[in-house]
Write a new protein. Structure first.
Length: 1208
């Protein structure tokens, strides 16, 4: 809004110094003053599954920044009320972060603005406290020395004071003082303490005998030694004398203040900074025997300014000075904070987005308004440069526009939002690139940030009452929150959400939709961020329908902030009030995260996870995006053993009806561990009311009701009587990355789901009435319980909870009487847990063995998010071990193998942590194991990490080894490390040589999408375990894929090189895959063959398919070629080389309709899931099976655990 300057008297300084009027523009920054607060956890993966593929179509995002005059302000009241100023009092109201949420908080680390570089550490230069930029908008102009300046004052609540308010004595005061010359940095942050005796008499009571009528007394001067205030008081005698005080020593010029009562009792308090003041008395009637007294107050006394002076935190003096200077130069105004926050948030944004920028005044780089009535932002989506993707020049230009924004004038929010809609109604933002081909399914978002109330109609064309109750959207639905008010911001947002922005036969309605935004027509979604100002309505309460806040009456005020919330609701966006930098950071980052989630989930395409083979039953688990429900299908192979039967034994989603296996699902045993103690997960558990209750919202829930919902009770869901909670088709959450783990002893299958639980399911085919029944569930202690409680919220955005891999060791394999399960949270948290699952049908709290899962990044800094398999195996020496790769995003960024030695009861007897790479940016992702002598005990463990290293641990002894041998580092021809995120297979050739087989690649974050980053070549490898390091790929034999064609069913087919023995001077082989093909799952070694799937993620080039594709491959592990005779697949195929010469054995079969999962090999079939999961497609669950050829040999065994027998 346009800023109105207030006037006030000059403030005192502790020492005489120049007053600085510094230009400020403001907005609260997204990233706390230094980017995100230092305690904020971040992950390199999004909160939605990449397998949904929606992120392949980069959405358009337009950031609209408020550049009105009030953005210069340096004050943002904590109570949400509006007060515009750039001239702060020396008071706890203005110069404490408690009451002014923009002000310096020593508990926050402030950093310079991020640059456009993708390097998270690339920032502008650190500020200099002796020469800091005081401009409200620029970090480079109007320099000021902060030493001994009032601008360096700040107040911090005293230790132990929880509600300091505006009481000065509740605070400690600090400033930057000039230190002694011996101090090399020539300055220090010192505490300014309250004086013990804070009143000083400057002139004691003195009498003036007489002043004639209409005359002045003589001028009396007073020296101001930097006092906070000086009070002159008169009294006594007779007559009527008025007191005048001057801000100089000579009673000249205008008065500072006067006191004109009807007697001689007068008083004036001076609070300015003049070194000398004066006063005199004017007699309206003759005055006799009047007395005066001058006193001063000095509330604060300096410490000695030395380098050891007390600072408000544990920082050194140098660091505290740097922190304050960075805040002052880069964060002190709303504008600067906004730039800091937006720079941080968009710096964390991946490349697969198209980002534009505008200000509410549509200003260009020179600060001049372009055309507020136009149809283009100041910086449109740069589609002609690299397709508009947020990288390179496009990223640089966005940052340049953002960080160069100025501020003045009023607040034309309606025109700014309408201009964005007019822009999205043009063809330009739909263009793919300079060819001007269009993608009609692209999503469009406007993020509107403002610190004030709309008060200017510049650029706005009236839309009327667009959200009145009789209007409808394209699908014929009425507004959710109609009103009777005309030409509001909410009207603008609704009009351009509910209206098809692009019509005609060439513009089909195929925009990716979701339950959060059901519109499939071309439209605009608005996110609103109010910077500091509160509306009348509580955003934690249900929004009124019809809307009851009229922003068109009463002028500028809180109802117009409510209007911004209404605008977000009308367009299926979100709204937040951000009254400090942390909240502004969260607001913008959450908006971008929501866009991520909607982009990924919008197509409502289901995707399959990996499968486990039980020799007779195949389990296929998966999810449906948007509704975020999970399912599992258990099917035998068909009678001809040519594939998975279309008649399943059971489908989990179909077992919840009356009389079905899970009819009593809500009453099953649900266990957890809270506070280190195992407990039943119910409303009586410790802390339930703290995390489970949600009040003051339309979908509010008591702790009891919410816990019941999480346990599976659907009686309070929307559609039920008085139901308000998110509706589920059935109460199983999405199963994304967790793979089914079947345990033969009890015929139970285990799976992790993102409803916060591990589920144990009866998989005994002979149990005709209970198969498919969930026997028990477990909620690991390390999940985010508060986030889990949001599962019942109608506006739920996808989160990960129990998303990791599971392994079970049977009592037979252990040689004792217990079946032990070990599971990981995957993307849901750090670490692993263990359960005694000997009797899954009768579990109790004693069966929770241990739980080392956590959200805390400080507990174990080498433990990350364990995305690979966790394995539990018998070791030599009779001990049972759980093997855990540390995964991605550990605080230390290391590659580490955790080995938990278990005692006879399954508890942890000892923990070994073997760090193989202590550098940053790494993580051990996958494991493979070998039993070399057939005694069912682990002899060798292999692992692959994010830097392409293959590690070998020798477990032939009775204790875990202290170190590992590095066998090889996978690198492409350009020397780029190739990440190993799938598993590792192990086999022994006929000569006794151990071979390790694997593929490289990753599909974890948005930057792993094709077209998003510069894609590097990924490779298939087979290397010998020579017990020492293979130095480079030059020591390996290069192999190729020379043959291509089709199978008899029309699938794409490829053939590897014809059989050729490995040259004796080579230590293995490699095959480079076409970009962007890669491997993200474990291989299966079967005889001489290595079966593994490769995936090709969706590339965002069209709106037809967003699920990707890939290949099912089989290759000789020991040569990198086709088998010596025949083929590994039984399909007929027509293959030819690049010259058209027929030949080659079928070794690679294309999989369409989704990216293939890990290969499941049985004696006759190789089967993958295709990524397009649906229980409605019959028992197959979208699987792709192929008969094996005549060459495999050997016998199948469990993935990642096999006796390594010679190939035949």
């Amino acid at each position: 809004m346009e800023r109105t300057m207030k006037t006030k008297k000059t403030l005192p300084f502790r020492k005489p110094t120049l007053r600085y009027r510094m230009g400020v523009m403001g907005i609260t920054a997204l990233v706390a003053l230094a980017g995100l607060p230092v305690h904020a956890a971040t992950t390199s993966f999004p909160n939605y599954p990449l397998l949904t593929g929606g992120n392949a179509i980069p959405p358009n995002i337009l950031l609209i920044l408020d550049d009105s005059g009030s953005m210069e302000d340096t004050l943002m009241r904590a109570d949400g009320k509006n007060e515009d100023t750039t001239d702060l009092d020396d008071s706890v109201s203005h110069r404490s972060y408690v009451n002014n949420t923009l002000y310096y908080d020593p508990h926050t680390t402030y950093l310079p603005w991020r640059t456009s570089s993708v390097d998270l550490n690339a920032r502008l230069a650190a500020a200099d406290f002796k020469n800091a930029a005081s401009s409200y908008t620029s970090p480079t102009s109007s320099k000021v020395d902060l030493r001994d300046s009032e601008e360096s004052y700040f107040y911090v609540p005293k230790s132990g004071v929880s509600n300091p308010g505006t009481t000065t004595s509740n605070y400690d005061k600090y400033r930057i003082a000039t230190s002694s010359s011996s101090n090399s940095y020539n300055g220090g942050v010192v505490q300014v303490k309250l004086a013990t005796a804070n009143t000083t008499t400057l002139i004691d009571t003195t009498t003036i005998a007489s002043i004639n009528k209409s005359s002045w007394s003589s001028c009396i001067s007073v020296t101001n030694a930097g006092y906070d205030s000086i009070t002159i008081a008169t009294s006594g005698g007779s007559g009527d004398g008025d007191l005048s005080v001057y801000a100089n020593s000579s009673c000249s010029g205008g008065t500072y203040d006067t006191s004109t009562g009807s007697s001689n009792t007068e008083s004036v308090t001076y609070t300015g900074s003049a070194t000398g003041i004066s006063f005199r008395i004017y007699a309206y009637s003759k005055v006799t025997n009047i007395t005066y007294k001058v006193t001063a107050k000095n509330s604060w006394v300096d410490q000695t300014p030395t380098s050891s002076a007390t600072a408000p935190t544990n920082r050194s003096q140098q660091d505290e000075l740097q922190n304050f200077a960075n805040w002052y130069q880069y964060h002190r105004s709303r504008n600067k904070m906004a730039k800091a926050g937006a720079s941080e948030a968009f710096g964390r944004l991946g490349k697969n987005y198209r980002v534009g920028y505008d200000t509410i005044w549509n200003r260009n780089t020179s600060g001049n308004t372009i055309n507020t009535s136009g149809s283009a932002p100041a910086y449109p989506i740069p589609y002609a440069t690299n397709g508009g993707l947020f990288e390179g020049t496009n990223r640089d230009n966005f940052y340049s526009r953002l960080q160069g924004t100025i501020a003045n004038n009023g607040t034309p929010l309606k025109g700014a939002l309408q201009r964005a809609a007019r822009y999205f109604g043009k063809d330009d933002p739909w263009y793919v690139d300079s060819t001007k081909a269009t993608l009609t399914c692209r999503q469009n978002y406007a993020i509107l940030t403002t610190d004030g109330y709309w008060n200017d109609d510049s650029g706005y064309t009236k839309v009327g009452n667009a959200d009145k109750s009789t209007n409808t959207d394209v699908d014929g639905n009425a507004p959710q929150y109609p009103d009777s008010y005309t030409d509001t911001l909410a009207d603008v947002a609704y009009k351009y959400w509910s209206t098809d922005l692009k019509t005609g036969t060439s513009w089909p309605n195929n925009v990716l939709s979701s339950s959060a935004d059901p519109a499939d027509w071309q439209h605009m979604v608005t996110f609103g961020v109010s910077i500091g100002l509160q509306g009348n309505l509580d955003q934690n309460s249900p929004p009124p329908s019809p809307w009851n806040q009229d922003p068109t009456t009463g002028g500028e005020g809180p109802k117009r902030i409510d209007d911004l919330w209404h605008a977000a609701l009308n367009s299926r966006g979100k709204f937040v009030v951000a009254n400090n930098s942390d909240k502004f950071a969260t607001a913008l980052i959450n908006a971008l995260s929501t866009i991520d989630s909607r982009s990924a989930s919008g197509s409502n395409i289901a995707s399959s996870s990996t499968k486990t083979d039980t020799s007779t039953i195949t389990f296929v688990a998966g999810f449906t995006s948007g509704s975020w429900i999970g399912d599992m299908i258990a099917s035998p192979f068909n009678s001809g053993l040519t594939g998975v039967s279309t008649t399943p034994d059971w489908i989990l989603s179909q077992t919840f009806g009356t009389g079905q296996a899970n009819a009593n699902f809500k009453n099953r045993t649900v266990l957890t561990m809270k506070g280190g103690t195992a407990a039943l997960f119910n409303s009586g558990m410790s802390g339930a009311s703290d995390f489970a209750a949600r009040t003051g919202q339309a979908d509010e829930a008591t702790a009891t009701d919410n816990i019941a919902y999480l346990r599976g009770d659907q009686s309070k869901e929307i559609g039920q009587t008085n139901g308000t909670l998110r509706k589920r088709a059935y109460p199983i959450g999405d199963i994304v990355d967790s793979s089914p783990a079947y345990e033969e002893d009890t015929k139970t299958v285990y799976i992790g789901a993102n409803d916060g639980m591990l589920h144990a399911i009866d998989a005994d085919s002979s149990h005709t009435t209970t198969r498919g029944q969930v026997l028990f569930s477990y909620v690991p202690k390390g999940i985010d319980y508060t986030a889990m409680a949001s599962l019942s919220a109608t506006a739920y955005d996808h989160r990960y909870f129990v998303d990791g891999q599971i392994d079970v060791i049977s009592r037979a394999d252990q040689g004792n009487d217990k079946n032990i399960l070990v599971g990981a949270l995957g993307r849901g948290g750090r670490g692993v847990f263990a359960l005694d699952v000997t009797a899954p049908g009768s579990m109790d709290t004693g069966d929770v063995l241990w739980d080392n899962t956590t959200q805390d990044s400080t507990t174990e800094k080498d433990m990350g998010y364990v995305l690979g398999r966790v394995l539990i195996r018998k070791g030599n020496g009779g001990k049972t071990y759980a093997f855990v790769p540390n995964g991605i995003d550990s605080p230390n960024g290391s590659a580490t193998l955790f080995v938990y030695e278990l005692n006879a009861n399954g508890g942890i007897a000892a923990t070994s942590k073997i760090v193989v790479d202590s550098g940053s940016g790494n993580g051990l992702m996958s494991l493979g194991m070998a039993d070399l002598n057939g005694d069912n005990k682990v002899d060798t463990v292999y692992g692959g990490d994010l830097k392409g290293n293959v590690w070998r641990w020798d477990f032939t002894g009775n204790t875990p080894p202290a170190t590992a041998v590095k066998l090889f580092q996978a690198k492409d021809d350009a020397n780029n490390p190739q990440p190993i995120t799938g598993g590792i297979g192990v086999g022994r050739d006929s000569s006794g040589n151990i071979f390790v087989g694997f593929g490289t690649g990753r599909f974890i974050s948005s930057s792993d999408m094709p077209g998003v980053a510069t894609q590097t070549t990924q490779t298939l490898y087979g290397i010998k375990d020579v017990a020492s390091t293979i130095t480079s790929r030059d020591d390996l034999q290069e192999r190729t894929i020379p043959y291509s064609g089709t199978t008899e069913s029309g699938a794409e087919a490829r053939g590897f090189e014809n059989y050729s023995a490995l040259p004796p001077d080579k230590q293995g082989w490699y095959i480079d895959l076409p970009v962007p093909e890669r491997t993200i799952s474990a291989p299966t070694i079967y005889g001489t063959a290595m079966y593994l799937s490769t995936v090709i993620p969706p590339n965002g080039s069209d709106c037809k398919s967003t699920v990707g594709s890939g290949f099912l491959n089989a290759i000789d592990l020991y040569t990198g070629t086709s088998p010596e005779s025949g083929a590994y697949f039984g399909d007929d195929a027509s293959l030819a080389d690049g010259g058209g010469n027929a030949g080659g054995a079928l070794g690679s079969i294309g999989v369409n309709g989704g990216m293939p999962t890990e290969v499941n090999v049985t004696s006759v079939l190789a089967t993958v899931g295709t990524g397009a999961f649906s229980s409605e497609d019959g028992g197959e669950g979208n699987t792709d099976s192929h008969e094996l050829g005549g060459q495999p040999g050997g016998t199948p065994a469990r993935v990642n655990w096999r006796e390594v027998v010679p190939a035949q």
